[in-house]
Design a protein around this ligand. Structure first.
Ligand SMILES: Cc1cc2nc3c(=O)[nH]c(=O)nc-3n(C[C@H](O)[C@H](O)[C@H](O)COP(=O)(O)OP(=O)(O)OC[C@H]3O[C@@H](n4cnc5c(N)ncnc54)[C@H](O)[C@@H]3O)c2cc1C
Length: 412
Protein backbone atom coordinates (compact mmCIF):
# COMPACT_ATOMS: atom_id res chain seq x y z
CA UNK A 1 0.00 0.00 0.00
CA UNK A 2 1.31 3.46 -0.95
CA UNK A 3 1.76 5.86 1.99
CA UNK A 4 1.63 9.65 1.68
CA UNK A 5 1.99 12.53 4.12
CA UNK A 6 -1.01 14.54 2.88
CA UNK A 7 -3.85 13.58 0.55
CA UNK A 8 -6.33 16.32 -0.40
CA UNK A 9 -9.65 15.04 -1.79
CA UNK A 10 -11.10 17.57 -4.26
CA UNK A 11 -9.37 20.26 -6.34
CA UNK A 12 -11.85 23.15 -6.09
CA UNK A 13 -10.86 26.51 -4.57
CA UNK A 14 -10.48 24.95 -1.09
CA UNK A 15 -8.35 21.96 -2.16
CA UNK A 16 -6.16 23.98 -4.53
CA UNK A 17 -5.50 26.66 -1.92
CA UNK A 18 -4.67 24.01 0.68
CA UNK A 19 -2.25 22.20 -1.67
CA UNK A 20 -0.39 25.37 -2.70
CA UNK A 21 -0.18 26.69 0.88
CA UNK A 22 1.22 23.36 2.13
CA UNK A 23 4.00 23.60 -0.45
CA UNK A 24 4.63 27.27 0.43
CA UNK A 25 5.19 26.37 4.07
CA UNK A 26 7.49 23.46 3.28
CA UNK A 27 5.33 20.32 3.29
CA UNK A 28 6.61 18.36 0.31
CA UNK A 29 4.64 15.14 0.12
CA UNK A 30 1.22 16.40 -1.02
CA UNK A 31 -1.14 14.47 -3.31
CA UNK A 32 -4.19 16.20 -4.77
CA UNK A 33 -6.96 13.87 -6.00
CA UNK A 34 -9.76 15.15 -8.27
CA UNK A 35 -12.53 13.10 -9.89
CA UNK A 36 -12.92 15.50 -12.87
CA UNK A 37 -10.36 15.67 -15.69
CA UNK A 38 -9.94 19.39 -15.09
CA UNK A 39 -8.90 20.95 -11.77
CA UNK A 40 -10.85 23.89 -10.35
CA UNK A 41 -14.15 22.44 -9.14
CA UNK A 42 -17.33 24.40 -9.69
CA UNK A 43 -15.48 27.57 -10.67
CA UNK A 44 -14.73 26.15 -14.13
CA UNK A 45 -18.38 26.73 -15.02
CA UNK A 46 -18.67 30.15 -13.33
CA UNK A 47 -17.70 32.43 -16.23
CA UNK A 48 -19.14 35.56 -14.57
CA UNK A 49 -16.79 37.82 -12.63
CA UNK A 50 -16.71 38.78 -8.97
CA UNK A 51 -14.32 36.09 -7.70
CA UNK A 52 -11.11 37.04 -5.92
CA UNK A 53 -12.21 40.45 -4.58
CA UNK A 54 -11.01 39.49 -1.09
CA UNK A 55 -8.22 37.05 -1.93
CA UNK A 56 -6.58 38.83 -4.87
CA UNK A 57 -8.17 42.33 -4.58
CA UNK A 58 -9.42 42.09 -8.17
CA UNK A 59 -12.60 40.88 -9.83
CA UNK A 60 -11.93 37.65 -11.72
CA UNK A 61 -14.05 35.07 -13.53
CA UNK A 62 -14.10 31.56 -12.04
CA UNK A 63 -11.54 30.15 -14.55
CA UNK A 64 -9.26 33.22 -14.05
CA UNK A 65 -9.42 32.70 -10.29
CA UNK A 66 -8.50 29.03 -10.69
CA UNK A 67 -5.63 29.89 -13.07
CA UNK A 68 -3.91 31.79 -10.25
CA UNK A 69 -3.69 28.52 -8.31
CA UNK A 70 -2.85 26.32 -11.30
CA UNK A 71 0.27 28.42 -11.99
CA UNK A 72 1.38 27.87 -8.40
CA UNK A 73 0.62 24.13 -8.57
CA UNK A 74 2.91 23.77 -11.57
CA UNK A 75 5.68 25.83 -9.96
CA UNK A 76 5.48 23.87 -6.72
CA UNK A 77 5.25 20.50 -8.54
CA UNK A 78 2.26 19.27 -6.50
CA UNK A 79 1.47 15.60 -7.26
CA UNK A 80 -1.93 15.51 -8.96
CA UNK A 81 -4.22 12.61 -9.78
CA UNK A 82 -7.14 13.98 -11.83
CA UNK A 83 -9.89 11.86 -13.42
CA UNK A 84 -9.53 9.87 -10.22
CA UNK A 85 -12.17 9.44 -7.55
CA UNK A 86 -11.77 8.52 -3.92
CA UNK A 87 -14.45 5.84 -3.71
CA UNK A 88 -13.93 4.67 -0.12
CA UNK A 89 -12.50 6.30 2.98
CA UNK A 90 -11.73 4.34 6.15
CA UNK A 91 -11.24 5.45 9.78
CA UNK A 92 -7.54 4.40 9.69
CA UNK A 93 -6.97 7.09 7.03
CA UNK A 94 -6.63 4.64 4.18
CA UNK A 95 -8.70 5.08 1.04
CA UNK A 96 -9.41 3.48 -2.31
CA UNK A 97 -8.81 5.51 -5.44
CA UNK A 98 -10.38 4.65 -8.78
CA UNK A 99 -8.98 6.12 -12.01
CA UNK A 100 -8.41 5.25 -15.66
CA UNK A 101 -5.36 3.24 -14.54
CA UNK A 102 -7.43 1.05 -12.21
CA UNK A 103 -7.84 0.99 -8.43
CA UNK A 104 -5.29 1.58 -5.70
CA UNK A 105 -5.35 1.62 -1.93
CA UNK A 106 -3.35 4.39 -0.28
CA UNK A 107 -2.91 5.62 3.25
CA UNK A 108 -2.14 9.15 4.49
CA UNK A 109 -0.94 10.78 7.69
CA UNK A 110 -3.19 13.76 6.92
CA UNK A 111 -6.37 13.82 4.83
CA UNK A 112 -8.04 17.08 3.84
CA UNK A 113 -11.69 16.69 2.89
CA UNK A 114 -12.39 19.32 0.19
CA UNK A 115 -15.14 17.61 -1.82
CA UNK A 116 -17.41 20.65 -2.15
CA UNK A 117 -21.19 20.39 -2.45
CA UNK A 118 -23.92 19.44 -4.90
CA UNK A 119 -27.40 20.75 -5.62
CA UNK A 120 -30.78 19.70 -4.28
CA UNK A 121 -32.96 18.31 -7.06
CA UNK A 122 -36.69 18.13 -7.89
CA UNK A 123 -36.86 14.83 -5.99
CA UNK A 124 -35.20 16.35 -2.93
CA UNK A 125 -37.98 18.98 -2.65
CA UNK A 126 -40.83 16.56 -3.48
CA UNK A 127 -41.85 18.62 -6.52
CA UNK A 128 -45.28 17.42 -7.70
CA UNK A 129 -46.32 16.88 -11.32
CA UNK A 130 -44.75 15.26 -14.36
CA UNK A 131 -41.02 14.99 -15.14
CA UNK A 132 -40.75 16.25 -18.73
CA UNK A 133 -37.61 17.66 -20.36
CA UNK A 134 -36.90 21.24 -19.33
CA UNK A 135 -36.40 20.86 -15.58
CA UNK A 136 -32.81 21.67 -14.61
CA UNK A 137 -30.97 22.49 -11.47
CA UNK A 138 -29.28 25.88 -11.84
CA UNK A 139 -25.79 24.37 -11.69
CA UNK A 140 -26.54 21.82 -14.43
CA UNK A 141 -27.94 24.64 -16.58
CA UNK A 142 -24.77 26.63 -15.84
CA UNK A 143 -22.60 23.74 -16.93
CA UNK A 144 -24.63 23.09 -20.13
CA UNK A 145 -24.54 26.75 -21.15
CA UNK A 146 -21.07 27.80 -20.04
CA UNK A 147 -19.04 24.67 -20.76
CA UNK A 148 -21.03 22.64 -23.34
CA UNK A 149 -22.50 25.68 -25.14
CA UNK A 150 -26.16 24.53 -25.19
CA UNK A 151 -29.13 26.88 -24.83
CA UNK A 152 -31.49 25.24 -22.36
CA UNK A 153 -34.83 27.03 -23.00
CA UNK A 154 -36.69 30.18 -24.03
CA UNK A 155 -39.28 30.99 -21.35
CA UNK A 156 -37.96 30.27 -17.91
CA UNK A 157 -39.35 30.19 -14.38
CA UNK A 158 -36.81 29.95 -11.58
CA UNK A 159 -37.77 28.30 -8.31
CA UNK A 160 -35.63 29.39 -5.37
CA UNK A 161 -33.55 32.52 -5.12
CA UNK A 162 -30.17 30.93 -4.28
CA UNK A 163 -27.11 32.60 -5.77
CA UNK A 164 -26.58 30.08 -8.58
CA UNK A 165 -30.21 30.57 -9.72
CA UNK A 166 -29.89 34.36 -9.60
CA UNK A 167 -26.70 34.29 -11.64
CA UNK A 168 -28.38 32.02 -14.19
CA UNK A 169 -31.35 34.43 -14.45
CA UNK A 170 -28.94 37.05 -15.76
CA UNK A 171 -27.03 34.59 -17.93
CA UNK A 172 -30.20 33.26 -19.59
CA UNK A 173 -31.42 36.82 -20.23
CA UNK A 174 -28.09 37.78 -21.83
CA UNK A 175 -28.36 34.70 -24.07
CA UNK A 176 -31.83 35.76 -25.29
CA UNK A 177 -34.23 33.78 -23.06
CA UNK A 178 -37.13 35.42 -21.18
CA UNK A 179 -36.87 34.84 -17.45
CA UNK A 180 -40.49 35.31 -16.43
CA UNK A 181 -40.12 35.27 -12.65
CA UNK A 182 -38.15 33.99 -9.68
CA UNK A 183 -40.24 32.36 -6.96
CA UNK A 184 -39.05 32.08 -3.35
CA UNK A 185 -40.89 30.34 -0.53
CA UNK A 186 -39.21 32.41 2.21
CA UNK A 187 -40.15 36.02 3.02
CA UNK A 188 -36.64 37.04 1.88
CA UNK A 189 -34.24 35.95 -0.83
CA UNK A 190 -31.75 33.22 0.01
CA UNK A 191 -29.20 34.79 -2.36
CA UNK A 192 -26.68 37.54 -1.70
CA UNK A 193 -28.23 41.05 -1.78
CA UNK A 194 -25.71 42.10 -4.46
CA UNK A 195 -26.94 39.29 -6.75
CA UNK A 196 -30.59 40.39 -6.34
CA UNK A 197 -29.61 43.83 -7.65
CA UNK A 198 -27.14 42.77 -10.36
CA UNK A 199 -29.01 39.71 -11.67
CA UNK A 200 -32.73 40.52 -11.20
CA UNK A 201 -33.39 44.22 -10.62
CA UNK A 202 -30.98 45.34 -13.38
CA UNK A 203 -32.94 43.16 -15.85
CA UNK A 204 -36.48 43.84 -14.51
CA UNK A 205 -36.97 40.21 -13.53
CA UNK A 206 -39.65 39.99 -10.80
CA UNK A 207 -38.98 38.17 -7.53
CA UNK A 208 -42.12 36.83 -5.81
CA UNK A 209 -41.50 36.04 -2.13
CA UNK A 210 -43.62 33.62 -0.04
CA UNK A 211 -44.45 31.84 -3.31
CA UNK A 212 -43.72 28.33 -4.54
CA UNK A 213 -44.41 25.92 -7.41
CA UNK A 214 -47.00 23.22 -6.67
CA UNK A 215 -47.15 21.47 -10.02
CA UNK A 216 -45.21 20.97 -13.22
CA UNK A 217 -47.26 20.59 -16.44
CA UNK A 218 -46.23 18.94 -19.72
CA UNK A 219 -45.36 15.48 -21.01
CA UNK A 220 -42.49 15.65 -23.48
CA UNK A 221 -41.38 19.16 -22.48
CA UNK A 222 -42.37 21.53 -19.66
CA UNK A 223 -45.49 23.49 -20.76
CA UNK A 224 -46.00 25.54 -17.62
CA UNK A 225 -46.10 25.48 -13.83
CA UNK A 226 -48.71 26.19 -11.18
CA UNK A 227 -47.53 28.47 -8.40
CA UNK A 228 -49.16 29.57 -5.14
CA UNK A 229 -48.82 32.15 -2.37
CA UNK A 230 -47.76 31.01 1.12
CA UNK A 231 -48.82 32.45 4.47
CA UNK A 232 -46.47 33.40 7.33
CA UNK A 233 -46.28 29.77 8.43
CA UNK A 234 -45.39 28.58 4.92
CA UNK A 235 -48.85 27.05 4.29
CA UNK A 236 -50.55 27.41 0.90
CA UNK A 237 -53.11 30.27 0.83
CA UNK A 238 -56.36 28.75 -0.56
CA UNK A 239 -57.38 29.84 -4.08
CA UNK A 240 -54.04 31.54 -4.71
CA UNK A 241 -53.08 29.13 -7.55
CA UNK A 242 -51.87 30.69 -10.80
CA UNK A 243 -50.64 29.06 -14.00
CA UNK A 244 -47.70 30.41 -15.96
CA UNK A 245 -46.78 29.13 -19.41
CA UNK A 246 -43.06 28.34 -19.73
CA UNK A 247 -40.80 25.73 -21.34
CA UNK A 248 -38.15 25.58 -18.63
CA UNK A 249 -38.12 25.33 -14.84
CA UNK A 250 -34.81 26.07 -13.16
CA UNK A 251 -34.32 24.91 -9.57
CA UNK A 252 -32.08 26.82 -7.20
CA UNK A 253 -33.19 25.23 -3.98
CA UNK A 254 -30.07 24.67 -1.95
CA UNK A 255 -26.68 22.97 -1.86
CA UNK A 256 -25.73 19.82 0.03
CA UNK A 257 -22.13 19.22 1.20
CA UNK A 258 -20.81 15.96 -0.35
CA UNK A 259 -20.08 13.89 2.74
CA UNK A 260 -20.69 10.29 1.71
CA UNK A 261 -16.96 9.56 2.23
CA UNK A 262 -16.91 11.32 5.61
CA UNK A 263 -19.89 9.29 6.79
CA UNK A 264 -18.28 6.06 5.61
CA UNK A 265 -15.19 6.89 7.69
CA UNK A 266 -17.39 7.41 10.78
CA UNK A 267 -17.13 11.20 10.92
CA UNK A 268 -20.19 12.78 12.60
CA UNK A 269 -22.09 15.25 10.40
CA UNK A 270 -23.69 18.42 11.77
CA UNK A 271 -27.48 18.40 11.22
CA UNK A 272 -27.65 22.07 10.15
CA UNK A 273 -24.49 22.57 8.04
CA UNK A 274 -24.50 19.07 6.53
CA UNK A 275 -20.71 19.11 7.00
CA UNK A 276 -18.38 17.35 9.46
CA UNK A 277 -18.28 18.46 13.09
CA UNK A 278 -14.90 20.15 13.55
CA UNK A 279 -12.81 21.72 16.30
CA UNK A 280 -10.81 24.96 16.25
CA UNK A 281 -8.13 23.32 14.05
CA UNK A 282 -10.79 22.17 11.52
CA UNK A 283 -10.06 18.59 12.57
CA UNK A 284 -12.85 16.03 12.60
CA UNK A 285 -13.22 13.29 15.22
CA UNK A 286 -10.46 11.38 13.38
CA UNK A 287 -7.08 12.88 14.26
CA UNK A 288 -5.37 14.13 11.11
CA UNK A 289 -8.57 14.35 9.05
CA UNK A 290 -9.40 17.99 8.36
CA UNK A 291 -12.23 19.62 6.35
CA UNK A 292 -12.33 22.87 4.35
CA UNK A 293 -14.59 24.66 1.89
CA UNK A 294 -18.14 23.77 0.91
CA UNK A 295 -17.84 20.21 2.16
CA UNK A 296 -17.72 21.73 5.66
CA UNK A 297 -20.47 24.35 5.22
CA UNK A 298 -21.79 26.16 2.16
CA UNK A 299 -19.80 29.39 1.76
CA UNK A 300 -21.18 32.56 0.20
CA UNK A 301 -17.90 33.32 -1.62
CA UNK A 302 -15.26 31.05 -3.13
CA UNK A 303 -12.60 33.34 -1.61
CA UNK A 304 -13.54 32.20 1.89
CA UNK A 305 -13.40 28.53 0.82
CA UNK A 306 -9.81 29.11 -0.38
CA UNK A 307 -8.84 30.93 2.80
CA UNK A 308 -10.21 28.02 4.84
CA UNK A 309 -8.08 25.66 2.72
CA UNK A 310 -5.00 27.75 3.54
CA UNK A 311 -5.79 27.80 7.25
CA UNK A 312 -6.17 24.02 7.25
CA UNK A 313 -2.77 23.75 5.52
CA UNK A 314 -1.18 25.53 8.51
CA UNK A 315 -2.87 23.17 10.99
CA UNK A 316 -1.99 20.12 8.88
CA UNK A 317 1.69 21.10 8.88
CA UNK A 318 1.68 21.43 12.67
CA UNK A 319 -0.08 18.06 12.95
CA UNK A 320 2.63 16.41 10.82
CA UNK A 321 5.31 17.99 13.02
CA UNK A 322 3.54 16.78 16.17
CA UNK A 323 3.06 20.33 17.44
CA UNK A 324 -0.74 20.47 17.23
CA UNK A 325 -1.92 19.39 20.68
CA UNK A 326 -5.25 17.56 20.80
CA UNK A 327 -7.45 18.96 23.55
CA UNK A 328 -9.18 16.62 25.98
CA UNK A 329 -11.51 19.25 27.46
CA UNK A 330 -13.50 20.77 24.66
CA UNK A 331 -15.54 23.94 25.04
CA UNK A 332 -18.82 23.37 23.16
CA UNK A 333 -20.00 26.20 20.95
CA UNK A 334 -23.77 26.56 20.59
CA UNK A 335 -25.82 28.57 18.09
CA UNK A 336 -28.21 30.67 20.22
CA UNK A 337 -31.08 33.08 19.47
CA UNK A 338 -31.15 34.17 15.83
CA UNK A 339 -28.09 32.12 14.77
CA UNK A 340 -28.56 29.22 12.35
CA UNK A 341 -25.14 27.68 12.88
CA UNK A 342 -21.70 28.56 14.16
CA UNK A 343 -18.32 27.05 13.37
CA UNK A 344 -16.10 25.59 14.79
CA UNK A 345 -18.48 23.43 16.81
CA UNK A 346 -16.04 22.92 19.69
CA UNK A 347 -12.82 24.67 20.69
CA UNK A 348 -9.82 23.99 22.88
CA UNK A 349 -9.72 27.51 24.35
CA UNK A 350 -5.97 27.58 23.67
CA UNK A 351 -6.06 29.11 20.19
CA UNK A 352 -7.36 32.38 18.76
CA UNK A 353 -10.58 31.55 16.91
CA UNK A 354 -12.43 33.19 14.04
CA UNK A 355 -16.03 32.05 14.58
CA UNK A 356 -18.01 31.78 11.35
CA UNK A 357 -21.78 31.95 11.53
CA UNK A 358 -25.00 32.51 9.63
CA UNK A 359 -28.12 34.18 11.01
CA UNK A 360 -31.62 32.67 10.81
CA UNK A 361 -33.45 35.77 9.51
CA UNK A 362 -32.60 39.24 8.17
CA UNK A 363 -32.32 42.14 10.65
CA UNK A 364 -30.57 45.51 11.03
CA UNK A 365 -28.43 47.21 13.64
CA UNK A 366 -27.93 44.27 15.96
CA UNK A 367 -25.16 42.98 18.21
CA UNK A 368 -23.60 39.56 17.83
CA UNK A 369 -22.72 38.45 21.33
CA UNK A 370 -20.69 35.49 22.57
CA UNK A 371 -21.50 34.49 26.16
CA UNK A 372 -19.90 31.82 28.34
CA UNK A 373 -21.67 29.31 30.61
CA UNK A 374 -22.01 31.97 33.34
CA UNK A 375 -23.74 34.38 30.95
CA UNK A 376 -20.58 36.52 30.89
CA UNK A 377 -20.08 38.46 27.66
CA UNK A 378 -16.86 37.30 25.99
CA UNK A 379 -17.25 39.35 22.82
CA UNK A 380 -19.74 41.76 21.28
CA UNK A 381 -19.75 43.04 17.70
CA UNK A 382 -22.24 45.41 16.06
CA UNK A 383 -23.39 44.51 12.57
CA UNK A 384 -25.53 46.92 10.54
CA UNK A 385 -27.06 44.46 8.07
CA UNK A 386 -27.56 40.80 8.91
CA UNK A 387 -28.79 38.47 6.17
CA UNK A 388 -28.96 34.64 6.15
CA UNK A 389 -27.25 34.53 2.74
CA UNK A 390 -24.16 36.31 4.06
CA UNK A 391 -21.52 34.46 6.08
CA UNK A 392 -20.44 36.54 9.09
CA UNK A 393 -17.47 36.21 11.40
CA UNK A 394 -16.31 37.30 14.84
CA UNK A 395 -12.74 36.92 16.10
CA UNK A 396 -11.86 35.97 19.67
CA UNK A 397 -8.38 35.81 21.22
CA UNK A 398 -7.34 32.78 23.28
CA UNK A 399 -6.87 34.94 26.41
CA UNK A 400 -10.53 36.03 26.19
CA UNK A 401 -11.59 32.37 26.44
CA UNK A 402 -9.67 31.55 29.63
CA UNK A 403 -12.52 30.78 32.03
CA UNK A 404 -15.08 29.58 29.48
CA UNK A 405 -16.60 26.11 29.84
CA UNK A 406 -19.15 26.48 27.08
CA UNK A 407 -20.02 29.24 24.63
CA UNK A 408 -23.19 30.50 23.00
CA UNK A 409 -23.30 32.87 20.04
CA UNK A 410 -26.50 34.92 19.73
CA UNK A 411 -28.09 38.05 18.33
CA UNK A 412 -29.09 40.73 20.84
C1 LIG B 1 -23.70 24.23 -9.12
C2 LIG B 1 -22.96 25.27 -8.34
C3 LIG B 1 -22.77 26.53 -8.88
C4 LIG B 1 -22.10 27.51 -8.16
N1 LIG B 1 -21.96 28.75 -8.68
C5 LIG B 1 -21.33 29.70 -7.98
C6 LIG B 1 -21.19 31.00 -8.49
O1 LIG B 1 -21.66 31.29 -9.57
N2 LIG B 1 -20.51 31.92 -7.74
C7 LIG B 1 -19.98 31.59 -6.50
O2 LIG B 1 -19.37 32.44 -5.82
N3 LIG B 1 -20.09 30.36 -6.01
C8 LIG B 1 -20.76 29.43 -6.72
N4 LIG B 1 -20.91 28.19 -6.20
C9 LIG B 1 -20.33 27.94 -4.91
C10 LIG B 1 -18.92 27.38 -5.17
O3 LIG B 1 -19.08 25.98 -5.27
C11 LIG B 1 -17.98 27.68 -4.06
O4 LIG B 1 -17.86 29.06 -3.88
C12 LIG B 1 -16.59 27.04 -4.27
O5 LIG B 1 -16.48 26.41 -5.51
C13 LIG B 1 -16.34 26.08 -3.15
O6 LIG B 1 -15.09 25.50 -3.31
P1 LIG B 1 -14.78 24.03 -2.82
O7 LIG B 1 -13.36 23.80 -3.17
O8 LIG B 1 -15.20 23.87 -1.43
O9 LIG B 1 -15.74 23.08 -3.66
P2 LIG B 1 -15.89 22.76 -5.22
O10 LIG B 1 -15.58 23.91 -6.08
O11 LIG B 1 -17.27 22.17 -5.33
O12 LIG B 1 -14.79 21.62 -5.46
C14 LIG B 1 -14.88 20.32 -4.93
C15 LIG B 1 -14.14 19.38 -5.82
O13 LIG B 1 -14.07 18.11 -5.21
C16 LIG B 1 -14.19 17.11 -6.21
N5 LIG B 1 -14.61 15.85 -5.56
C17 LIG B 1 -15.75 15.62 -4.86
N6 LIG B 1 -15.79 14.36 -4.41
C18 LIG B 1 -14.65 13.76 -4.81
C19 LIG B 1 -14.11 12.46 -4.65
N7 LIG B 1 -14.75 11.51 -3.96
N8 LIG B 1 -12.91 12.17 -5.21
C20 LIG B 1 -12.23 13.13 -5.90
N9 LIG B 1 -12.70 14.38 -6.09
C21 LIG B 1 -13.89 14.70 -5.55
C22 LIG B 1 -15.23 17.70 -7.15
O14 LIG B 1 -15.16 17.10 -8.43
C23 LIG B 1 -14.80 19.17 -7.17
O15 LIG B 1 -13.90 19.46 -8.18
C24 LIG B 1 -21.58 27.21 -6.89
C25 LIG B 1 -21.78 25.93 -6.36
C26 LIG B 1 -22.45 24.96 -7.07
C27 LIG B 1 -22.65 23.59 -6.48
Amino acid sequence: MIERDVVIIGAGPAGLACATRLKEIGVNDVLLVEREKKLGGILNQCIHDGFGLHKFKESLTGPEYIDKYLEKLINYKVDILSDTMVVNLFPDKSMILSGPWGREKIKAKVIVLAMGCRERTAGAIWLAGTRPAGIYTAGVAQRLMNIDNYMIGNEVVILGSGDVGLIMARRLTLEGARVLMVLEKLPYSSGLPRNIVQCLEDYNIPLYLKTTVTKVHGKARVEGVTYVKLDDEGKIIPNSEKFVKCDTLLLSVGLIPENELSREAGIPIHPVTGGPIVDDTYQTNIEGVFAAGNVLHVHDLADWASMEGELVAEFAKRYLEGSLPRSKNWIDVKAGEGIRYVLPHKISGKLDVNFLFRVSYPSRNRYIVIRDGNNRVIKRKRIINLHPAVMENIEVKAEELKSAEKLEVMIE
